[in-house]
Structures are given as C-alpha cells and as structure tokens.
Design a protein around this ligand. Structure first.
Ligand SMILES: [Zn+2]
Length: 208
C-alpha cells in the first residue's frame, strides 16, 4: 500500500489491514501520554520533523492518535451507536425502535467511520493535540498551532484532510486536528490547488 491510498466513507481499506512498519511516537514526544500513538515509519519521521520545527516556533504539537485497527474502530463505532440509540429513545419515547435504530445508525455513520473505512487504519493519518491536553477546543479560530499547521504541514507531507465547507465531498465535518500523510510533493500540490483529497485523487491523479 502506498502513501496515496484513499480511504473514506465509500473506500474501504479492509477491516483486517494492519501496516507492517508502525512506529510508536511517544518516545519523541510526550512520554506522559497514556495512549500510545503509532504511525507508519515514513509518516512518523515526517511528523517528528514537523513537531521539531513547530517547537522551534514555540508550538508544542504532538500526535494524539495515529493508527487504529479495524477491531478498534468496530468498538468505537458500536459505542457511539449504543449511545445515540439511548439518546434517541430518551428524546423520542413514542418512536418505534426500528426507526430509532435507523436514525441512530445514520447519526453514527455521520460522526464515526465504519470499521474498515477509517483513514486512521492506514497508519498515515494523525489527530494532533496541542491544546487542553487532547481535549479539542470548539473555538479553534485563535489557536496559533492550528494556523501554524495550516501554513506548514504540507512541507512535511501532511494535509488537512477535512477542511471547513467540504463535508459533501469528504463525508466529514471540519476536523482541524486530523491530518493525513501523502508525502511532500503531493501535499504541496493539494495545498497550492486548494483541493480536498478526494478531488485531488480523482481529478489530478486520475485514480478511482
Ligand atoms: Zn482523526
């Protein structure tokens, strides 16, 4: 599998796929993190270079979440589904269970990738944390780290995967913390052309 693989709500990587070159990020970043983030080797090296560059600008950006297995995604998905189902039953007590389940499934797929459909399973996607110790602030407009990432991530081969206003194409709402490694050359082109990855993949790379 190469760095350009497209994984989204319609492109599955297969529930069982596991990269063979995962590296734990924690030694190079916050050793106090109780969750170990893994990235594929090339993405890892670039993420650590990015981190060091950001540090020299007084920004402490670290990889909060990297590779997630298909099995892990299955658990995440099921937890969300259960919670949404409970919430909807409470909110609409007279609604049929069949309808509740249908709506809960729709809500879950809107917020969480189905197993095998999460970009995190590639080992090339990372959620960064740089504020409130991994609790993402709703108002990210004034956070310097986010601006720094916006301007510099492509130099290390990372692109903002779910920009604001492209939910129709990407299938995800704006996620200022989620970055995807595709290599410097392609990342720079994506940024220059102002495209989301789905469009770059189909229109520029001519892939399906
Ligand atoms: Zn993510």
């Amino acid at each position: 599998m190469d760095n350009l693989i497209l994984v989204n709500k319609t492109h599955s990587i297969g529930v069982d796929y596991v990269p063979t070159d995962l590296v734990a990020c924690n030694k190079e970043q916050n050793a106090k993190m109780n969750y170990i983030a893994y990235l594929r080797e090339e993405a890892y090296r670039n993420a650590m270079d990015l981190r060091n560059d950001a540090k020299s600008n007084d920004y402490d950006i670290y990889v909060y979440s990297g590779f997630r297995s298909g099995a892990h995604q299955q658990r995440v998905f099921e937890n969300f589904l259960e919670q949404y189902t409970k919430d909807l039953i409470q909110k609409y007590p007279s609604e049929s269970l069949e309808e509740i389940k249908k709506q809960a499934y729709l809500l879950t797929t809107r917020h969480v990738a189905r197993p095998g459909y999460s970009e995190h399973q590639t080992g090339l996607a990372m959620d960064i944390a740089c504020f409130y110790k991994g609790n993402y602030n709703e108002d990210i407009s004034n956070i310097g780290e986010i601006e720094w990432m916006h301007d510099n991530a492509h130099k290390y081969g990372f692109i903002l995967r779910y920009p604001e206003g492209f939910e129709e194409i990407t299938g995800y709402k704006f996620e200022p913390w989620h970055y995807r490694y595709i290599g410097e050359e392609h990342a720079t082109k994506v940024v220059k052309k102002g495209l989301v990855y789905e469009d770059y993949y189909s229109k520029i790379l001519g892939l399906k």
